[in-house]
Design a protein around this ligand. Structure first.
Ligand code: DGL
Length: 275
């Protein structure tokens, strides 16, 4: 894909299968408040986590093409599943546009916090099947032990807003029982899915106090900041405009997305796009 030379005034493009990546947008916004951000939620094809790698790769490429047409200066794949499947192919296809995923930053945060430690990754089926976190963690810290667990129901719980109370705790408890039934003891739990930060408090409540909880949003924001700084593309005097795009259901995107963003959204804030 051919591109013009980037300038600092251009937007950062961010995409996810739906609203979950808004947790990453929020962290980027906190870190870089002057930047223009364009967020695309591919809600028409959500969830990615249960799809085949071939479909996920195709969706990720189409989302990337749409954002690239909007003249972005950097792309964030704010979806663990799409990062697991498509990061390296998109990095190659889009070069020299920087493309940043969320798996490596999450793995880096976990290994920094617990060097040589044991980790439990909670993620979607596709992310677990591809072993993306295992590879990233062991590349950063060969002495680390990793267990990965697919927790598809947690995606639905976060979307429904059932993030606390007995139903959330029962379901989280059941997943953790599966992870630990053979006596595996973990030093950290990695929230390897964009939806899981919303369940943070409930997950915390099911773990021993000395187990660390890691999510990739803040670390990803640091990686974005470093990458823009390195390229001289940091926007320090912009107004921080936000633009939201969705491939389906702008009303639902606004309603559910507001929870992920931590700020109210209306359907008028969201543009319906076709990819
Ligand atoms: N955004 C996805 C992820 O982080 C979760 C939702 C989905 O399965 O599409 O893996």
């Amino acid at each position: 894909m051919r591109r013009m030379k980037e300038t600092s005034q251009q937007a950062i493009g961010i995409f996810d299968s739906g609203v979950g990546g808004l947790t990453v947008l929020k962290a980027i916004r906190e870190r870089l408040p002057s930047e223009r951000l364009i967020y695309l939620g591919d809600t028409a094809r959500l969830p990615y986590g249960t799809k085949s790698p071939a479909s996920i790769a195709r969706y990720a490429e189409q989302a990337t093409r749409l954002l690239n047409d909007r003249q972005i200066k950097l792309l964030v794949i704010a979806c663990n599943t799409a990062s697991a499947v498509a990061l390296s192919s998109l990095q190659k296809a889009m070069a020299p546009l920087p493309v940043i995923g969320v798996v490596e930053p999450g793995a880096a945060a976990a290994t920094r916090a617990r060097p040589g430690g044991r980790h439990l990754v909670l993620a979607t089926e596709a992310t677990v099947r591809l072993g993306a976190y295992r590879r990233a963690i062991q590349a950063a810290d060969p002495g680390a032990e990793v267990r990965e667990l697919a927790c598809e129901l947690l995606v639905a719980l976060a979307e429904e807003g059932w993030t606390s109370g007995s139903i959330a705790e029962d379901i989280i408890g059941r997943y953790l029982e599966m992870a630990f039934e053979d006596g595996y003891r973990t030093d950290s739990v990695i929230l390897g899915c964009t939806h899981f930060p919303l369940l943070r408090e409930s997950i915390r409540g099911c773990l021993a106090a000395d187990v660390g909880l890691v999510d990739s949003a803040t670390t990803t924001a640091s990686v974005v900041s470093d990458s823009l700084t390195e390229r001289g593309l940091l926007n320090t005097d912009g107004h921080g405009e936000l633009k939201f795009l969705a491939t389906d259901g702008v009303t639902r995107f606004a309603r559910v997305g507001g929870r992920f963003l931590g700020a109210p959204l209306t359907a008028d804030d969201v543009e319906l796009v076709d990819i």
